[in-house]
Design a protein around this ligand. Structure first.
Ligand code: HEC
Ligand code: HEC
Ligand code: HEC
Ligand code: HEC
Ligand code: HEC
Length: 395
């Protein structure tokens, strides 16, 4: 009796092993991509009336871009990507969308550029889950639809007028008008109160704290959620003396946060070295507009240097600065005409200042008045002073 149970067990386990072996052989012989290619050629034969392809003619397709350090095999499955006949077919066989730009496909030949230069993803992979990601040890999974536009900056310098990249330009205008540059440097220019933004996208996920991130652990997700609510993502570790982030919560809509995320991607994308034939240079920069008065010039400088980032639009204040005396807020500047001489204003801007703590035992306020001496000319200082002195009298 007992012996026969063991016999049965042995038989069953041998059977399982044999089955497993067969599955592995099957996967090797008929990988995912072969299924899509067979489907593609069958469909093509239906559409053209030409005979289909034999199973032996299926092969991995790839674009090798040594200058970019890339090997893209995405077209191994995305077979119809540049074949207009496949327009009506489902993914992954269908034609690439043209974004409403008739020459889009012709100007970006996929057999030269590949795919990952725009989409990210793991180029050499031949299984969809690995190619799209996210996967461990590959820091650039396929970008969500809506973020791809950020990589246009890899080759295009002029993003202000580029068709198909309008949302990037809107985000850039927001970046300027909100004064991000008052707290951040971008390729070195600006203020280093917060991190350099051209390096953010290239950070590894190990460099970012994902403790408060819901969903996938990707840089894209972190940046997006941080825009939606900086204090939730970076609440600090007060017990260790690390304060919560001083980055303002702009109460962005999901769409605005997504566009700003694409903008952050574009900052690092624009630093990528690409072969000259791919680079689309911008024309000469527009000359600085003529201002009707030094007050107008000062207003423009107040935006350009990012004073808005800490003092609010038109210097109206409202930016939180924890534990700063007296109101835990960076001071508004609408009253300075009553309390400062022109020289005092110029000195404050030139030399900067550290604010006093409201509670001497609590952490120092995270925001301070930076020194602009090295960045602003005497003439610009005068214009800024003119503008600030005009503020209270205006309203
Ligand atoms: C093994 C086959 C395979 C490979 C290799 C592959 N894909 Fe796909 N891809 C698919 C399939 C199937 C879909 C549709 C289903 C889905 O979204 O997963 C798809 C969908 C997509 C989509 C649309 C996603 C969406 O949100 O609708 C994009 C973009 C894409 N792939 C890009 C790429 C890029 C870039 C690569 C190369 C890095 C790649 N794919 C490699 C099979 C593949
Ligand atoms: C010049 C940049 C560029 C290149 C190169 C490029 N794409 Fe795209 N692709 C885009 C943009 C932009 C979209 C629009 C959707 C988005 O923003 O993600 C798109 C859309 C798609 C979609 C449809 C996604 C959807 O949601 O409907 C697929 C699939 C796709 N691309 C696959 C590929 C594959 C495969 C390659 C390489 C053979 C490739 N792309 C090369 C920029 C590019
Ligand atoms: C790998 C480099 C590369 C990337 C990435 C890239 N482009 Fe291009 N693009 C080119 C080149 C090269 C041309 C051809 C320029 C010419 O003909 O002078 C071009 C031309 C164009 C044109 C037509 C000419 C023009 O300047 O108006 C449009 C529109 C365009 N690209 C939009 C986009 C959009 C939108 C993206 C991002 C989704 C993008 N490109 C990403 C290289 C690139
Ligand atoms: C009042 C100062 C201030 C302003 C204004 C500000 N930030 Fe920040 N930002 C910070 C600080 C401080 C950090 C670092 C702590 C953190 O991660 O929240 C930060 C972090 C970031 C990060 C994460 C960067 C990284 O590499 O970890 C991004 C992205 C970012 N800010 C983008 C922006 C953008 C875009 C704007 C304008 C819409 C902006 N910031 C305005 C102070 C500011
Ligand atoms: C990173 C944040 C930040 C940026 C950017 C910034 N400021 Fe300030 N500013 C402060 C803080 C904080 C104070 C308060 C200092 C104190 O209490 O000693 C201050 C104080 C001032 C004061 C003195 C007002 C008072 O009531 O004491 C002036 C004037 C001023 N800033 C002008 C500017 C101008 C002009 C710019 C742009 C060129 C600018 N600030 C950019 C943070 C900033």
């Amino acid at each position: 009796m007992r012996r026969s149970v063991w016999n049965w067990l042995f038989l069953a386990s041998s059977f399982c092993l044999a089955l497993l072996f067969m599955v592995l052989v099957w996967q090797e012989t008929f990988p995912e991509w072969k299924g899509y290619q067979a489907q593609y050629y069958r469909r093509l034969a239906d559409l053209t009336g030409e005979p289909g392809k034999a199973a032996t003619a299926l092969a991995i397709k790839q674009v090798h871009l040594p200058e970019l350090g890339r090997v893209d095999r995405c077209m191994t499955c995305h077979m119809g990507i540049d074949n207009p006949r496949m327009k009506e077919e489902p993914q992954p066989l269908t034609t690439h969308p043209d974004l409403g730009i008739p020459e889009f496909l012709a100007k970006h030949p996929f057999n030269e550029m590949g795919c990952t230069v725009c989409h990210h993803g793991q180029g050499p992979a031949t299984a969809a889950a690995h190619a799209h990601g996210p996967v461990k040890h590959w820091e650039q999974p396929l970008l969500d639809r809506g973020l791809t536009v950020g990589t246009c900056a890899t080759c295009h310098e002029d993003l202000e007028t580029l068709r198909g990249a309008e949302v990037l330009n809107q985000a850039r205008q927001k970046f300027v008008s909100l004064g991000c540059i008052g707290c951040h440097t971008l390729k070195g220019s600006g203020m280093l109160v917060g991190p350099e933004l051209a390096e953010t996208w290239d950070k590894s996920t190990a460099e970012l704290d994902f403790k408060y991130i819901q969903g996938e652990h990707t840089v894209a997700r972190w940046v997006y959620e941080h825009f939606m609510n900086p204090q939730r993502v970076v609440p600090g570790y007060p017990a260790l003396g690390i304060p919560e982030t001083a980055m303002p919560n702009y109460e962005l809509t999901e769409e605005e946060a997504e566009h700003l995320t694409a903008l952050v991607l574009s900052f690092s994308a624009s630093e990528t070295v690409v072969p000259l034939k791919f680079k689309v240079r911008s024309g000469p920069a527009a000359p600085e507009p003529a201002y009707a008065s030094t007050v107008e010039r000062g207003r423009a400088l107040f935006i350009r240097y990012g004073c808005v980032g800490c003092h609010g639009p038109e210097g109206r204040g409202g930016v939180r600065n924890k534990n700063m005396e007296p109101a835990e807020e960076v001071p508004p500047l609408t009253y300075v005409a009553g309390g400062f001489t022109r020289q005092e204003l110029k000195d404050t801007i030139a030399n900067g200042r550290y604010p006093a703590r409201a509670d001497a035992n609590d952490l120092a306020p995270p925001l301070w008045m930076p020194s602009w001496k090295e960045k602003i000319s005497e003439e610009e200082l005068e214009a800024l002073a003119d503008y600030l002195l005009s503020l209270s009298t205006e309203g």
